[in-house]
Design a protein around this ligand. Structure first.
Ligand code: ADP
Ligand code: ZN
Length: 738
């Protein structure tokens, strides 16, 4: 009987096409196989997504090539890809592109192959002696090969017997040795050694948390477990134990960590506990070859544990028993290009499809996850004590308004922080100075009284648009002339000036000429190893003061750091975003977690012109619950997530009028089709109005029926045609409103 398959091509189309399978391949083509198919006048790559009895068109063409017989996509991952396309409003092809790394899709690269030698047959002493007379060097090599026993790598034999390629080849030609090619892995960490670490004795809170995880693994429950554990409470040890349980049961595990904390330090903790060859590490610095090998290690089942950043949520782990999402609140889990998925949310969905357990861990859970825990969708587990009852650091808030008054200008380092740094230098202890992302001067904060210009309708900071000299709300469109002076106290210094890490580095070096100062941010860390080197130098005490951005806020553990300074907490706090408060609270808590992890207690200085903001005050008192209550109340009152879903449409063009006009057209179309579940905001300029030569506009929607809305928007966009150079994109559950 003729066999047919349904494929998704690597073309940006949403159509699934049917093809016939030629006779010789009928038993070799499976769901997930890669094939080449004729489409119009071209041949393109495609993925088989179903085997069908009756094709959707009569007499379809035949597939022209079978690229890889091994299925590269199983039915659960295929289901996840479909779910993602639907939920995040993107074509299925774009979705599959994310699920399968390019090196796997294109199948242009194979395994690294190595020559392996074995004995052709038994050779006895007499034969060796005879050979030694004719060819002493060959006999010597053969003796080595016999002693080494079993198959041996060509290179290894060569080194061992101190010989040449030619001598070995002669033995092969004589029919004494036999060459085979074997696949070997390109292991990015091959050179490192790991000392084994034994499981630790858990404290009662850890024991309870592990118990919940074990139960889910055993019963294959995919109800997410949210571990809210303060920094240093030993969450990682729980992950390790739960993974061990999976291995014992012949199941695999997937661990997601934010890219920035995917440091050798984190990976080491796993490699010290489990056999190195059972772990595959996936991150953005892998070469195509390494990525290929790590991927196949998992797909073939040789490795059972995958550790990786965002895109590792698609790792082809076999028989998945557990997914861990560490630092689940991290915004880097959201992909900021199509498909704009959130890896944590996809992990929750994948766990359902795989029927496996899922752990979400954080010291500062996202409002979304905590809400889910509060309403009983997630199982909440708490770790409230630091291991060995080490003290939480003391957080001091420095009122920068006072500093401004005293010094008649805003200093980078306040007096208090300066004295504290001096003190640490004297004691040979280390300091981290933390600066938020380079300041967009997008909001206006008064240095004299701390007043922030906010939207009267939306309770978010207004955006300052320098060119037009206006303040705008990018949610509702409210606009006003930018004030010359502070509307509250009349001070003219309201126009905020941000400073970057580089400038801070210069100032700090000048203030403390004897100190060794280093900077770590995206600019200075563009080289692949720079990050590792700087961290290593800091760890070994060669650096006294480390200055950096987010990059150094998380996941690192330096026992000798007893002081952390946050140069300007206001940059994060008054971003024109309703999540600004949450981000600030998370940031302060995470940064504070870096201090005092050794035997010494830590101290944190937070510099701010609005020192009484709830986010700062709750972080200062290590009070997550208090913060959550007031923030949750604000979200509910103003109608923000987790009390609804957002959908943002971005429109951009090099021509301002075209972008605006297209936005208006789209807006009209959307408004005709909406129901009561969705509120539609007007077309407004984005807070970052111009970027990379584009004029940017956006339309925000809030909804209680996100999947339906997503489908509606997709339908509208499919029918509308925009001028050629207008680019429209959709962001479901946006994390960035800029
Ligand atoms: P978290 O991930 O919650 O910030 P970690 O897992 O990094 O915390 O744990 C902090 C430190 O405590 C680590 O050095 C870890 O090895 C250690 N630790 C964790 N659990 C225990 C335990 N039960 N007994 C002793 N030390 C522990
Ligand atoms: Zn507004």
């Amino acid at each position: 009987m003729q066999q047919y398959v349904r494929v998704i091509t690597d073309d940006p189309t949403d159509k699934e096409l049917d093809y016939a399978v030629p006779e010789p391949w009928t038993s070799k083509v499976h769901i997930g196989s890669r094939v080449k198919v004729p489409l119009r006048s071209r041949e393109i790559l495609a993925t088989v997504v179903a085997l069908v009895d009756t094709p959707s068109v009569p007499n379809p063409k035949s597939i022209s090539e079978l690229i890889s017989e091994i299925p590269i996509l199983n039915d659960r991952l295929l289901k996840l890809a479909r779910w993602m396309a639907e939920y995040y409003c993107c074509p299925i092809e774009t979705s599959i592109r994310s699920v399968l790394p390019q090196v796997i899709r294109k199948a242009q690269l194979g395994f690294k192959r190595e020559r392996v030698l074995s004995l052709q047959r038994q050779v006895d002493e007499a034969e060796l002696a005879a050979l030694a007379k004719k060819a002493p060097r060959q006999a010597d090599v053969l003796r080595h090969a016999i002693e080494l026993g079993g198959p041996v790598r060509w290179r290894e034999l060569q080194l061992n017997a101190v010989t040449t390629d030619r001598t070995i080849q002669q033995l092969v030609d004589r029919g004494l040795l036999w060459v085979q090619f074997e696949n070997t892995d390109r292991d990015p960490y091959a050179k490192e050694q790991f000392t084994a670490s034994a499981p630790l004795v858990l404290n009662p809170e850890q024991t309870a948390a592990l118990g919940v995880a074990m139960e889910s693994i055993q019963t294959r429950s995919s109800q997410p477990i949210l571990i809210h554990g303060i920094t240093g409470s030993g969450k990682t040890e729980i992950y390790l134990r739960a993974i061990q349980e999976c291995l014992n049961r012949g199941l695999g595990a997937l661990v997601l960590v934010p890219e920035i904390s995917l440091t050798p330090q984190t990976v080491e903790r796993f490699k010290m506990r489990f056999p190195v060859e059972r772990i595959a590490v996936l991150h953005s610095h892998l070469s195509a070859g390494e990525r290929h090998d790590e991927w196949h290690k998992l797909r073939s089942g040789r490795a059972q544990i995958a550790i990786g950043a965002r895109s590792a949520v698609f790792a082809p782990v076999d028989r998945l028993g557990l997914i861990v999402v560490d630092e689940e609140h991290e915004t880097s889990y959201k992909q900021e290009e199509a498909p704009r998925y959130h890896a944590r949310d996809l992990a929750v969905v994948r766990a359902q499809f795989e029927q496996c357990a899922i752990l979400l861990g954080s010291a500062t859970p996202s409002l979304e996850s905590y809400h889910n825990a509060k309403i009983g969708k997630y199982h909440l587990v708490k770790l409230t004590a630091r291991i060995d009852d080490r003290r939480l650091p003391l957080i001091r808030v420095v009122d920068m308004r006072q500093e401004y008054l005293k010094q008649k200008q805003l200093p980078v380092i306040s007096q208090g922080l300066g004295t504290a740094i001096e003190d640490r230098l004297g004691k040979k202890e280390q300091t981290i100075l933390f600066l938020n992302r380079r300041g967009y001067s997008t909001s206006l904060v008064c240095n004299q009284c701390g007043h922030v210009c906010e939207c009267p309708n939306c309770t978010v900071a207004l955006t300052f648009h320098l060119q037009e000299d206006r303040l705008k709300c990018h949610l509702c469109g409210h606009a006003a002339v930018a004030p010359r002076k502070c509307p509250k106290c009349g001070d003219p210094s309201i126009r905020y000036a941000g400073y970057g890490t580089q400038k801070v580095e210069g100032i700090v070096q000048k203030l403390f000429p004897k100190a060794a100062v280093a900077r770590m941010d995206a600019d200075s860390m563009s080289r692949k190893d720079a990050y590792r080197h700087t961290l290593q130098a800091f760890r070994t005490g060669k650096i006294d003061i480390l200055i950096g951005t987010q990059m150094i806020a998380k996941g690192l553990d330096f026992p000798n750091v007893t002081l952390v300074g946050i140069i300007n907490a206001d940059v994060a706090l008054h971003m024109p975003d309703f999540r600004a408060g949450e981000r600030t609270f998370q940031l302060l808590t995470q940064v504070a977690g870096r201090a005092g992890r050794g035997d010494m207690a830590g101290e944190v200085y937070v510099q701010s012109a609005t020192p009484f903001s709830p986010s700062i005050q709750f972080a200062r008192h290590h009070n997550f619950e208090g913060f959550w209550e007031q923030e949750n109340e604000f979200r509910e009152r103003c109608g923000y997530p987790p009390f609804c879903h957002l959908l943002m449409v971005h429109i951009r063009s090099e021509h301002q009028r075209r972008a605006e006009f297209s936005g208006e057209t789209l807006h009209r179309r959307i408004s005709e089709q909406l129901d009561a579940a969705t509120a539609l905001h007007p077309v407004v300029p984005a807070p970052i109005e111009r970027s990379k030569g584009y004029h940017r506009y956006q339309i925000l929607m809030r909804t209680n029926a996100i999947r339906r809305l997503s489908k509606t928007i997709r339908g509208i966009l499919d029918k509308l045609t925009f001028p050629e150079e207008v680019i429209v994109s959709v962001d479901v559950d946006p994390q960035q409103l800029m």
